[in-house]
Each structure stands twice: as C-alpha cells, then as structure tokens.
Design a protein around this ligand. Sequence first.
Ligand code: SF4
Length: 237
Amino acid sequence: MGAPLNDLARLDAELVDCRACPRLVEWRERVALEKRAAYRNETYWGRPVPGFGPPDAAMLIVGLAPAAHGGNRTGRMFTGDRSGDFLYAALHAVGLASQPTATHIGDGLELFGTRVTAPVHCAPPDNKPTPVERQTCRRWLDAELKILQPRLRSVIVLGGFGWQALLPVLEDAGWVVPRPRPKFGHGAHVELTGRTGPLHLFGCYHVSQQNTFTGRLTPAMLESVLSDAARAAGLMG
Ligand code: SF4
C-alpha cells in the first residue's frame, strides 16, 4: 500500500481530467462559460471536483454532486454556496473544521480527520445525476474508499442518493452490509464489520437549501449527527 497522501493526490489529479459522462461534461462547461451574473468576473472551475480533506481521515461525509455555481465554480466540495455554508459552519461548531466559512480554494479552511466527497463529481443539471452517471462515476468513489479504508471508522451520508450509491461501494471494499440493505433515514446508524475494523454508517438529510430553508434539517440536527459520527471515529471524546 502506498502512502495515502500520494495515492489520493494522484487520484484527484486523474479525476479532474475525467470526461466520461457526455451530458455532465457539456453542462459543467456550459455553466462555467455562461456563469451566474454575481460571479461574471470569476473564472469557473468547470471540471470534476475532487474530495476535500486529509488523506488519513477517519470520517467521511458523502454528499450528492457539486453545485453548478458552488463547487463547479470554486473547484472545492461544498465551497461557495449555501449548502456549504451550512455544512462547514456545523463542522466548525463541533471542532472538525478550522473556520465556519468556505468561499474559495486558498481561504484557509482545513478539516480535521474528516474528508468530504460525493458519488458524482461533476455538477448535474437540476442537481440530478442519472443512475447511469452515478454508476459511471462510481470508479472514483471505489478508489477513494480503498485509499481511505485502513483508517476510516465512520461515514455520514447526506441524503438517499448518496446512501444508494455508497452501500455497494462499501460492500465491494470488504465491509459486510446486512440484507435487506439498511434504509436511508435521518439519524439512521448501522455498524458494519470489515477486515480493517468496524465502520459506523450514519444517515443525515442533505444540506440542500430545500432542507435547510424549510427547517427539515437544522444546525442542531446536523451537529448532532456530526458529533455522533466523530465520536464513533475516535475524533471526539
Ligand atoms: S461525473 Fe464522474 S465519471 Fe462522470 S465525467 Fe464527472 S468525474 Fe467523470
């Protein structure tokens, strides 16, 4: 096994050149050219967005896909949009992030023992990747999980799409997923056994504006799941 930093850096470098999904390539690049008026003077990233966080993370947060004017603009997961504001504020509140805001690469944000990724790495129209796109992008999640696996102790999945995408990946990586497969729900918690030790899997509503603006997901709810998962990963007493 190589050093995780090198492995992950290599993986991320390959990922940003991926053009495997024609619809998503066309969309991410079109959005990057057309831009939102508020960002018209910025250069959008317009490419696949790699995971963010240390290569020896004990906890992983799995979302859905980058946002057109968030990650697709800034090049970093959950950075530059309201969903990210919500997520990183909560991570900071429980001591897993160096600051509560995420505006751009180079803003000083650091995550502690935690990495954030997605089952689909390119921004999709209407935030809806197709099942085929999810399947096509799976190779990247497979590879990322395999690099993180020796140290990984907990995973938080934000929403049902990520949950569906992740379970087969966990299974392929060697963790035992019970049958019938556990269902997604906010607060769901399943302990999986595996050759590198147990993995605690947590479900949490997605940090989309649809959930956070309506109060379906509050900061306290998110912080509670983050704390439980951080404790399970040994990141908190
Ligand atoms: S979604 Fe994934 S597989 Fe598809 S082009 Fe982007 S990085 Fe490649």
